[in-house]
Design a protein around this ligand. Structure first.
Ligand code: FAD
Ligand code: FES
Length: 293
C-alpha cells in the first residue's frame, strides 16, 4: 500500500536504546537504535530529532534522516541514522555505546511522492546527503521498482561511505569524489549529465536528491534543461522539528509565481526541487511574501 502524506503517523517523543554505533568512514558513523514502538510508523524520507546529551550542551536536538528501519521477522523494531561527525551534537552521538538510552522525536516530516507511472529511479546524493538514500531505495524496491541508480558524490575518502552501507542490493551505484580518492574524480552532476546524455534518465523517471544547496542548484539547473523533475530532501537548521519554533524556514515558489515561506520540518523536508528558491536565485535574497506554514 502506498502511504499518503495525510496518513502519516504523528511523531512521538521517547527513549530508544543504542544497539550499535559503528564507524564506516573516517568521519562517518551509523547508529542503530532499538525503538519498537516508533519504528513501524517510519516512512522513507522522514527524519528523527535526536537529543544528543541529556544536559544543556547542545540544547537543541539534532535532526537526522532515517537511514534504515531495522526489522526482525518482518516486524520493524528500530532505526538507523548515518551521520558525519562535525560538531558538538554529532560528537556526542559518536560517544554513545551499546545500551545507552537516546531520546528522539519522530518520525518527522513527509514521505516520498512517487508517480504511479515511474518505472525507473535515480537517487542523487551529495556528501552526508546519502543519509536517507538506502531507506528510499528499499522503499522503491518494495514498491516493485527494479531499475534504481544511485549517484553518490562526496568530498574525499574521509567523507565517502562504503557502497554496501548506502545502497541495498540490486541498485546500480555510481560513486565519485571531488579529488578522485574514491570512485571517479568529479562532481555528482557530471554523472547525472552522462545518464541524461545516454538516455538513462528521462522525464517521467523518479528522481530523489539530498545534499548541500550548491548541489541542489546544480542538479535543479541540469534537470530543468531536460524537463526532468526531482524530489529534494532539504536540511535547514532546526529547533523543535515539528512546526512550533519557526526555526527552519525555506522559500518556495508557488504555481502563480509568488514566493512564500515554508517550514522544512512540517511542510517537508521533501519538496519538489524546482519549486525551491535558494540564496542567490532571483527572488532568493528578497524579503518575500508571508509564510503559509
Ligand atoms: C531534516 C534533516 C535531516 C538531516 N539528516 C542528516 C543525516 O542523515 N546525517 C547527517 O550527518 N546530518 C544530517 N543532517 C544535518 C545534521 O542535523 C547536522 O549535521 C547536525 O545537526 C550537526 O550538529 P553538530 O552539533 O554536530 O554540529 P553543529 O555545531 O551544529 O554544526 C557544525 C557545522 O555544520 C553546519 N551545519 C549544521 N547543521 C547544518 C544544516 N542542517 N545544514 C547546513 N549546515 C549545517 C554548521 O553551520 C556548522 O558549520 C540533517 C539535517 C536536517 C534538517
Ligand atoms: S524546526 Fe521548529 S518549526 Fe521547524
Amino acid at each position: 500500500m502506498t502511504t499518503t502524506q495525510a496518513s502519516l503517523a504523528p511523531p512521538v517523543c521517547m527513549d530508544g536504546e543504542v544497539l550499535a554505533n559503528r564507524q564506516i568512514a573516517p568521519v562517518t558513523w551509523i547508529m542503530h537504535v532499538h525503538a519498537p514502538e516508533a519504528a513501524p510508523r517510519m516512512r522513507a524520507g522522514q527524519f528523527v530529532n535526536l537529543l544528543t546529551d541529556p544536559g544543556i550542551v547542545p540544547l537543541l536536538r539534532r535532526p537526522m534522516s532515517i537511514h534504515k528501519v531495522i526489522e526482525h521477522g518482518g516486524t520493524a523494531t528500530g532505526f538507523c541514522v548515518l551521520y558525519d561527525v562535525i560538531g558538538p551534537g554529532t560528537r556526542n552521538l559518536r560517544a554513545m555505546v551499546k545500551g545507552d538510552k537516546i531520546s528522539f522525536i519522530g518520525p518527522l516530516g513527509n514521505t516520498l511522492s512517487v508517480p504511479e507511472t515511474a518505472r525507473r529511479a535515480i537517487l542523487i546524493a551529495g556528501g552526508v546527503g546519502v543519509g536517507p538514500i538506502k531507506f528510499v531505495a528499499e522503499e522503491l524496491q518494495r514498491r516493485g521498482m527494479r531499475d534504481i541508480t544511485i549517484c553518490y558524490g562526496s568530498r574525499d575518502f574521509d567523507h565517502s561511505a562504503p557502497v554496501k552501507e548506502v545502497a541495498p542490493d540490486g541498485c546500480r551505484v555510481l560513486v565519485c569524489t571531488d579529488d578522485g580518492s574514491v570512485g571517479r574524480k568529479g562532481f555528482v552532476t557530471d554523472i547525472v549529465a552522462e545518464l541524461i546524455a545516454g538516455g538513462r534518465l528521462t522525464p517521467g523517471d523518479y528522481v530523489f536528491t539530498c545534499g548541500p544547496v550548491p548541489m541542489f542548484k546544480a542538479v535543479r539547473d541540469l534537470l530543468g534543461q531536460h524537463g526532468i523533475e526531482a524530489e529534494a530532501a532539504t536540511e535547514e537548521y532546526m529547533g523543535c522539528g515539528f512546526g512550533v519554533c519557526f526555526g527552519c524556514p525555506l522559500r518556495q515558489r508557488q504555481p502563480d509565481g509568488s514566493v512564500v515561506y515554508k517550514l522544512c520540518c512540517v511542510d517537508g523536508c521533501l519538496f519538489p526541487l524546482h519549486t525551491l528558491v535558494f540564496e542567490g536565485d532571483e527572488d532568493g535574497d528578497l524579503d518575500v511574501g508571508g509564510t503559509e506554514a
